[in-house]
Design a protein around this ligand. Structure first.
Ligand SMILES: Cc1cc2nc3c(=O)[nH]c(=O)nc-3n(C[C@H](O)[C@H](O)[C@H](O)COP(=O)(O)O)c2cc1C
Length: 231
């Protein structure tokens, strides 16, 4: 199958999405589309290289928002019905809100709109599925209560991206998620993959429910379920 897989800027279910994408790419031609935020967030979680490693070649490209300018010419493939399936996993609340309002001003929202016009099915894994608390993971984070304000910050010295201001914060836009800082700090003052609970907003959950009205769009609860559906 020819599959297009869109990744938006959500940390929630991101690792599971990349793992599922890696599985699918073993048997199918997969083009990967990254929203601008998707590219940033993949890097923060140290997953960008894994996506880059499984892409390359015609219909197996890694397509970046910034390379598609404002008219998203690549999305023309969807209106022409060139793909058998479009998957968006994970999908942010931002992307869902745009989609249900017919807005198509990003690479991924444009792909979904054009897939609808080309009668191509879209499977969306939304992060905001049900109201209530949901556990999610953070990228690298300075734990200031553990920081000993060393004269030479080992974590900062170990960072190849110069992303750490000692005793202050990690600049996530520079961070590539390599995790070197976590190993380097002798006081364990840098966490990675810390689990937190966040509350799903009612507006986002109700937007997700509205996806039902879109022709050819189906909601899938987890990335793992995609493998079963596709096989
Ligand atoms: C580390 C990090 C994790 C994020 N995780 C989520 C998330 O799980 N769900 C979400 O809706 N937005 C999340 N965001 C915010 C989105 O990236 C932001 O709303 C962005 O504008 C979405 O753009 P997109 O929908 O075009 O990808 C996260 C941002 C950061 C920096």
């Amino acid at each position: 199958m020819k599959i297009a897989w869109g990744i938006t800027g959500a940390g929630h279910m991101l690792l599971e999405s990349v793992e599922t994408l890696e599985e699918l790419s073993k048997e199918h031609e997969v083009t990967v589309l990254l929203s601008a935020a998707g590219e940033e967030v993949l890097k923060m979680y140290g997953l960008y290289n894994r996506v880059e490693a499984i892409t390359g070649g015609y219909y197996q490209e890694l397509v970046l928002e910034k390379d598609q300018k404002f008219s998203y010419p690549l999305a023309g493939r969807f209106s022409l019905g060139r793909y058998d399936l479009l998957i968006v996993s994970p999908s942010t609340s931002n992307t869902i809100a745009k989609v249900i309002n017919g807005i198509a001003d990003t690479l991924i929202t444009n792909a979904i709109a054009q897939a609808g016009k080309g009668k191509t099915q879209t499977l969306i894994v939304p992060v905001d599925l049900e109201a209530g608390e949901v556990q999610t993971v953070l990228p690298s984070k300075l734990e200031l209560e553990l920081c000993q304000h060393c004269q030479t910050c080992q974590a900062a010295a170990a960072c190849p991206q110069d992303a750490i201001t000692p005793g202050v914060e990690i600049n996530l836009l520079k961070c590539q998620g390599c995790g070197g800082c976590q190993i380097a700090c002798p006081f364990g003052a840098v966490s990675g993959g810390k689990k937190i609970f966040i509350r799903m907003r009612e507006v986002d959950v109700s937007n997700t429910k509205k996806l039902d009205v879109l022709e050819d769009v189906d909601v899938v609860e987890t990335p793992g379920q995609l493998l079963k559906i596709i096989s």
